[in-house]
Ligand binder design. Structure first.
Ligand SMILES: [Fe+2]
Length: 363
């Protein structure tokens, strides 16, 4: 499947490069080169695209996404140019079309880079009538995918920021690493979790990427678990812990994992008078989770849609119950974060990277 996906991506990249080379060949200064040498003119048009090759420094996915945006913006600007020509009865020069499309793409993708690399803080407040000893502050972090926009070292700086928020507990909701994470980044990120200063420590569930899909990275899922445990991180795999008699944390295996328990099975036997937080990487078991004794369900996985309009496709196809934000179902508060980073693409459009601060107050 991955081979097919990569083949499609390379085909798209080549098609995009071909289309944009043809577009750039319409620049006036390049067209004048045709008189000297047709080959030279095509080389110059292709050469104009060479800055895009910089995106190969990230990966093929980034190159394809940037090219795709360039093609879409060029098509939109061409449409606008045709409408303008009909109105003014004068043609718009190909130079103007190309330059406008390039500028729009640069601004749009540039904002996407900023939204992916800069980590915002999002705050939510919920109320409960259960006895939580007054209030509870939870920091939720998901989808680090360490190595794409956050290195182990920069994640450690984000943890210093988390410490300043004075949390009661920090919840890591999956996809901490993926196939492309280096061992060095993984080790530093685990070490950073050991530097968390909170009342009750760090609770962790795995996402679909944490165990890796392939065998090419330098560490296994087991080694990740060992490193987390070595830094006092509580990894929950279909199990619940009662924290200081004050609240439960229930950590579910990821939906992609075999033999995961149902929401009902994993919460059976819990004291329903105690505030319960479920950590579930993928936000797509809401109907069942809303029927349990849970009060709060935290998820990530969607990256807030990552590249517009992917999030809407996830909703329309029913792949996710929610892409971003909060909702209350049957008295249960659900939160989906867009994540502190994301998989493969160092660009987020229509969303942004974040850490989530949740204040629960007893009424
Ligand atoms: Fe993810």
């Amino acid at each position: 499947m991955w081979f097919a996906l990569l083949t499609v991506l390379w085909a798209l990249a080549l098609a995009g490069l071909f289309y944009m080379t043809v577009r750039f060949h319409s620049f006036g200064f390049i067209r004048r080169l045709v008189e000297k040498s047709r080959l030279l003119s095509w080389c110059a048009a292709f050469g104009l695209l060479s800055p895009l090759a910089l995106f190969l420094l990230f990966n093929i996915y980034t190159l394809v996404i940037v090219l795709l945006h360039l093609v879409i913006f060029t098509a939109l600007v061409q449409l606008a140019a045709r409408a303008l020509r009909a109105l003014r009865k004068r043609p718009v020069s190909p130079n103007a079309v190309n330059i406008t499309a390039l500028c729009l793409t640069a601004v749009y993708v540039g904002c996407g880079f900023f939204a992916a690399f800069h980590v915002f803080e999002t705050d939510y407040s919920f109320k409960t009538d259960k006895n939580i000893g007054g209030s509870l502050r939870i920091v939720e972090i998901a989808d680090l995918h360490v190595g794409i926009t956050q290195t182990g070292e920069s994640f450690a700086r984000q943890i210093q920021r988390v410490n300043a928020l004075d949390p009661d507990a920090v919840m890591i909701v999956g996809d901490f690493v993926d196939d492309d994470s280096s061992k060095e980044d993984m080790l530093r990120a685990c070490e950073a979790l050991g530097e968390v200063k909170s009342t009750y420590g760090v609770y962790f569930v795995l996402g679909n990427h944490d165990d890796g899909y392939f065998n090419y990275r330098e560490f296994s899922g087991s080694e990740l678990r060992r490193q987390l445990a070595a830094h006092n991180v509580v990894v929950l795999e279909d199990e619940a812990v009662l924290v200081d008699g004050r609240f439960y944390v229930v950590g579910r295996l990821d939906k992609s994992m075999l033999n995961r328990k149902s929401a009902a099975e994993i919460t059976a036997g819990l004291d329903e008078s105690i505030y319960t937080v479920i950590l579930d990487h993928q936000p797509n078991d809401y109907a069942n989770e809303a029927e349990t004794c849970a009060d709060l369900v935290l998820s990530g996985h969607t990256h807030g849609g990552h590249i517009f309009p992917a999030g809407y496709i996830g909703l329309w196809t029913g792949a996710n119950d929610r892409v971003y934000g909060t909702e209350n179902r049957n008295g249960v508060d659900f939160v989906v974060t867009s994540g502190i980073s994301g998989w493969a693409l160092p660009i987020k459009t229509g969303t942004f990277s974040e850490i989530v601060v949740i204040d629960v107050t007893q009424i």
